[in-house]
Each structure stands twice: as C-alpha cells, then as structure tokens.
Design a protein around this ligand. Structure first.
Ligand code: PRX
Length: 629
C-alpha cells in the first residue's frame, strides 16, 4: 500500500515507521475484508473472557446488533486485573499533572487498588449491577477510578463533561435516573476555579432520584455539604468498608457498560449505550493498530474523559493495551503557550492525540514556543473531532512532528465508540483526509435517493457493516435509535455527516448535515442552545446556527425574538449569552445574540436554520418554496 501512486499532496510513511508498526497494511485489510468475524474474533482472543462467546456477530434482530453473544467478561478486569498478574503490575498506568503543577501517578497495581476500594464504597451505598452513577468533574484521576469502579461492579456510568452546567447536568441526572452523583468540589481551568459542586447543588434541586453525593476534594474551596446526602470521597475511602479487594462482577458481553449523552438533531440529548464486550474489543484493537501502542510508550490523549474520546482513548483503550497513559488537567496555554510542549519534553510523551481546534489555537502563538522544547520523543500524532484544515495539518507535521511522525486523523463518533475512518501508520497520508475505513469496515457516500455518488461528489456518509463497538441503542428510547440512525437508508447506519471520496478512495469529511454544531470539536445541538435561550424570561423564540470560525471550527450565532415589553439592548444580549453559559456551559455561549422580529419557518413551524445560515454568509438560500412567509 505504501508504494501506491496517489494523487494530490501525499506524505508517505518512512521505512522505520512501517517496520515498527503492529499493523501490516496489506495483510490486515485483506484478512478483515475476507473474514470480518474472524478478524474480530482474533482480536477478542487477545483479551480475557471468563467464558468464550458462542457467536461473534448476532444480526438476528437488526439493527439491534449483538457481538460476542454468550461470552462472559468484564472490561475493568481486562484493564487492571489482567495486568496486575503480569510484569506490568508495577508499570505506570496513569501519570497525571494538575494545572497548578501538582503531580500524581498510579501503577496498574495501585489503580486497581483504588478502583476496588471505591467499588466497595459504591456497594456500601447500595449501588448494584445495572444502577446508574453520574460522574461530574474535571480531568482528575478520580474520574478514571470512578469509571473503573462502576465497571467492576456492573453499574452503568454516565459521565457528564465538567464544562457543562446546571441544566445540562440536571437533564442527564434526571434522564438516567442516577442514584449516586460523584462530583469534585471544583476544577482548575485557565488559572481559575470552576465551582462544580455549586453547579451540582443547583442541578440537584431539580433532580429527584439522587440519593448520595460523593464529593472529591480537588481545590479545597469551601462547599456546601448537605447532611444525609453529601459525603467526602476521601473520608469514605478511609473507612473499613473501602476494602482493598473487590470481587469482579462477571458480565455478559452485551451487558451495558456506560451511557454517554450526546447532542442530536432535535430535542434533548440522546443517551448512547455501550457494552462490556464489543466496545472493549473495538477500542483495544483500534488503539493498538492506529496509535501503534508499544510496551515502552507514553501515550497522551489530550481530550476530556467527559466525551467519548476520553472514554475510549484515555480510560479504556490505553489500559486494555497495558500502556502508560498521561492525563493533564488544565488549559494548553496556562500559564504560557508552551505548557503542552513542556509536558511532552518533561514526561517523554511518544504519542499525542488532540483536536484541530487546539492545534490552530497553539499555532497562533508561533513556532518559538514549541521550538524551545525537545519534542524528539514524539513518534505518532493524532487528530479528532472535526475536519483538520491542511494548513494546521502541515504545521502539526512540521513544527511538532518534525516531519517524522505520521498524523492519524481519526473520524468517529460517540455512537461508533471506536475509530472508523482512520489511517494506520503504514499508510500514505493526505492532509485533511482520514484516509480509509478501518480494516473490515465498509462505508459509502450516498445521494438523497440512496445511490452512491461519483468520486469527489458530496453526499451522506453511511456505514454498511456492523462493528463491535457500535452503539447498541439509545438508553430508554429504542424507537428513536431506529428512527435516527437506520431509517433514512434501511440497513445502513446514517452518520449525520457529509463527505466525499476522491479517486484514490480517500474519504474527506465535510461536516454535519443535521442540527449539530461542532464548536472547538465539542458536539452541541441547536435545540439545547435554543431551549436555554427561551428559558430566559425575556425570550419568546430563538434560533441557533453554527458559522465558520478560524480557531473553533464553528461558532454559535443566535437570533432572538423578545417577548412584548422587553427592549433590545447590548446589556440584554450579554445577559442572554451569560444565561446560556449558566444553563448549558461556557462552551455553548453564543458568539453573538441578534434581536430579530421574525424567524424563517416552514409552514409546519420548523425554523429553517439553513436560510439563516445562508443569509449570514451572504449566500443564496436555495429552495425556499416551503418558507411560510
Ligand atoms: O462530524 C463528525 C466530527 O465529530 C462528529 C462526532 O462527534 P462526537 O460524537 O462528539 O465525537 C467526537 C470524537 C470522536 C462526527 O459526526 N468528527 C469527529 N472526528 C472527525 C470529525 N470530522 C472530521 N474529521 C474527524 N477526524
């Protein structure tokens, strides 16, 4: 594959990279293509099963696919216990640096101990297999410990990103009917403290199911502790109930591991459900091949565990591979724009996985910052979350990777659980393209009526073959799962993205075709922003759209119709921005709030965001025959 002649700007991998890679391109693609189930079964055999599966893929109830049915396992056992029995017992599993310079590290042995202790604490609070536990904190080790503790006892974790705010947290607590909330007192971001417990207190006033709140002390700022409900994590972990040993719950391959809320087309966020068996095999294998994890590597995924990237590739993927994972709490530019480069040099990071928005943000500060540091430990780079513009790709390749580190531009989603369109280190790269589907996967680009489009034409990206880490359903809403993903083109999974494929078969993602906006790689729904706006007493109606932004990829623009008796003013616009920040989270704060007298709607009353977008960009709005007025 590496000597294939390709069109356009192409970067061929070096002989050293190809030699070092676990993935032997030609062999791997051929094997997976000829024997999809055999390929995944081979990967699954590298992990521990208490009982082997009967069937690799069960498609008898499409689109409710099942993987490794009859198999018994537990992902936490594979992440920790398996390694503790080997030479990896004292190997570092996690290295952590706080934004304020604090440092902590955990061997596989100590990470298992902490997660066992915490699993016993959860059990003592009555948490059982299948119960939902919500976690809400910044990037700190306790988040990882909490997730692994839940997995160990078969509880379903629901992590809410620490950058979300009151209404987002409330909605997720309520929808998941969580019994327990694990929250940090606060987190450090850009030198400031975000008071997470205070936000949680407000959300808890609106959420009825939570019986216990466990508070992790991170900042030490005073917090309100409600008697009978709130308890300190460190106090519980010192009690005799927090025993060092905790039996593992033997899970069915298809038993739920976690739910993770993500934004969809309309209405409230959807709870994506992932399982112990298939998800485990998918993330293990993709991380191994794509980032070419080797025993002595130090791997850093700079995402947040509150999003799918962190679930799959900070927590589960690296631990399943027995790797050393690095986690950093804070902002890339704090206190200076060299913080990341300093970290790479200090810890000898070999693999860095981040988002285009971070690269563009750091590029703005110039090359002098990274050039002050020794980045020679880097071997492979990664990108995720949104299309990477070729200019940022080239900078990343030249200034950070010194033209020797292949860039793995991985396209995937909360729903897919694992990398789907991605290079392998043995492949030639084109800046801005994620290259091809992972071995064994078949994808296509279709027009409105379901016909494949020609080379270089834009269309809807679909997935034609099932994969082990695929979403199993929407928690509590199987009907919406079928409608959302499997109804436009029956038999095919609809990604919600548009894309094109070039003459070499390389995929180029264009962006979302639904009402999802990717802001700095974060996934937000127009509906969430609009409902936050209309929850303000001055707002009658609101519309949100995403418009291109140099650093964030897309930024949020909103249009608001005021209720009678309220006056348009700069002050009110700012108040509305702050209100969205308070309800949804700072990442959702609109770039601008524009007051309007009407909004373009269809005759059935649906806001035509496409028309607003075209108008804002000075483009032709296209077919507006369905416009009401
Ligand atoms: O639009 C695609 C974009 O992110 C969406 C999925 O968002 P989320 O579920 O939050 O997961 C993000 C991290 C996996 C996709 O539908 N996206 C993700 N990765 C890429 C991307 N767009 C272009 N290139 C990528 N590498």
């Amino acid at each position: 594959m590496s000597d294939q002649q390709l069109s356009g700007e192409v970067y061929y991998p070096s002989k050293e990279v190809i030699k070092h890679a676990h993935a032997k391109c030609d062999e791997l693609y051929k094997f997976a293509e000829e024997n999809l189930e055999g390929f995944w079964a081979k990967e699954a055999k590298e992990l521990h099963w208490f009982k082997k599966w009967n069937k690799v893929l069960d498609d008898s109830e499409k689109p409710f696919y099942k993987w490794f049915t009859g198999g018994k396992t537990n992902i936490a056992y594979n992440c920790l216990d398996v390694h503790v029995e080997t030479f990896r017992r004292n190997k570092l599993a996690l290295i952590w640096e706080g934004e304020n310079g604090e440092f902590r590290s955990f061997s596989y042995f100590s990470l298992r101990r902490e997660s066992c202790k915490f699993a016993n604490v959860l059990k003592s609070l009555g948490v059982q297999k299948g119960d939902r536990v919500t976690l809400y904190m910044g990037r700190i080790p306790e988040l990882m410990i909490g997730m692994l503790a839940c997995a160990r006892i078969g509880a379903i974790h629901s992590v809410v990103y620490g950058g979300f705010s009151v209404e987002s947290l409330h909605e997720r607590l309520e929808d998941s009917q969580s019994k327990v909330l694990i929250v940090a007192d606060g987190s450090y971001q850009r030198g400031k403290i975000v008071q997470l417990k205070k936000i949680a207190d407000e959300a808890l006033q609106r959420a009825a199911t939570v019986e216990s709140v466990l508070v992790v002390k991170r900042t030490g700022e005073p917090v309100n502790m409600e008697a009978g409900r709130d308890m300190w994590y460190h106090e519980l972990m010192n009690l005799p109930i927090a025993n060092n040993a905790c039996n593992i719950e033997v899970m069915d391959a298809e038993d739920p591991l976690f739910i993770l809320y993500t934004s969809g087309t309309t209405g409230k966020p959807k709870a994506i459900l992932h399982t112990h068996g298939g998800y485990m095999v998918g993330v293990y294998s993709t991380l191994k091949y794509v980032f070419d994890i080797h025993e002595d590597d130090r791997y850093w995924c700079a995402a947040d565990p509150g999003w799918i990237t962190g679930h799959s590739y900070i927590v589960y993927g690296p631990l399943l591979n027995g790797a050393t994972s690095f986690m950093y709490e804070g902002a890339p530019t704090h206190p200076y724009p060299n913080r990341w480069w300093q970290i790479i040099e200090k810890y000898g990071i070999n693999i860095l996985y981040t988002a285009p928005t971070a690269i563009r943000g750091l590029m703005r500060f110039g090359e002098a910052w990274p050039n002050r540091h020794d980045l020679s430990s880097l071997r492979i780079l990664g990108s995720v979350g949104e299309p990477i513009n070729p200019e940022a790709w080239r900078w990343y390749n030249r200034v950070i990777g010194k033209e020797k580190c292949p860039i793995m531009d991985t396209w995937w989603q909360t729903e897919t659980g694992m990398f789907m369109i991605t290079p392998l280190p043995c492949m030639p790269l084109k800046p801005g393209s994620g290259t091809k589907p992972f071995p064994g996967l078949q994808m296509d680009i279709l027009d409105e009526s379901g016909n494949p489009v020609k080379a270089n034409e834009e269309g809807f990206l679909v997935i034609k073959t099932p994969w082990p880490a695929m979403i199993r359903t929407l928690y509590n809403d199987p009907e919406r799962y079928v409608n959302q993903y499997w109804s436009k083109y029956p038999g095919y999974y609809l990604t919600g993205d548009s894309a094109r494929r070039d003459e070499d078969g390389y995929y180029w993602i264009i962006g979302r075709v639904d009402d999802v906006i990717k802001v700095s790689g974060y996934r937000l729904g127009t509906a969430e922003i609009e409902s936050a706006l209309v929850s303000h007493s001055a707002v009658a109606e609101a519309a949100a759209i995403g418009l291109p932004h140099d650093v964030k990829g897309h930024a949020i623009y909103t249009y608001v119709i005021l209720k009678a008796g309220f006056e348009k003013s700069e002050k009110l616009a700012e108040e509305l921005r702050q209100h969205v920040g308070h309800e949804v989270g700072p990442i959702a704060k609109p770039e601008s709030v524009e007051f309007v007298d009407s909004l373009p709607k269809t005759r059935s009353g649906k806001i035509m965001r496409r028309v607003l977008k075209a108008k804002a960009l000075g483009q032709d709005p296209g077919n507006i025959s369905t416009l009401e007025d």
